[in-house]
Design a protein. Structure first.
Length: 121
């Protein structure tokens, strides 16, 4: 099961379609707070999140999630690649893969598969 967090509805729907085409069950959230409040963190296998969101951004979301699920597979996406110059500490390994928008769906699915294979049980 995958959780996707992005404040852009078009990105949410695109990722939903992409992930469902690869046989993932997908839960969509328009904010990090909505995701954290949902209670689904123990059930998901992977998290895909935008970096640039109002309130809790993607970097902070990863730090919060890593406190509860240290080995969770994470993929981050951003429309602002200049923010990637100085990446903050994200709570230890494994480092999330980061994609800039627009991204190639096949490459994101490959990175997600790699992250899931390398995630601890």
């Amino acid at each position: 099961m995958a959780a996707v967090v992005d404040d852009d509805q078009s990105i949410l729907r695109s990722l939903e379609y992409l992930l469902e085409s690869a046989d993932y069950t997908v839960h969509l959230f328009t904010s990090a707070s909505a995701f954290l409040d949902s209670g689904c963190l123990p059930e998901i296998d992977c998290l895909i999140s935008d970096i640039d969101m109002p309130g809790v951004d993607g970097f902070e979301l990863v730090r919060l999630v890593r406190n509860m699920r240290p080995g969770l597979a994470v993929v981050l996406i951003t429309g602002y690649p200049d923010r990637l110059t100085h990446l903050p500490s994200l709570g230890g390994p494994p480092n999330p893969r980061i994609f800039t928008k627009p991204f190639v769906g096949r490459e994101l699915l490959e990175a997600l598969g790699e992250a899931l294979r390398s995630a601890p049980e």
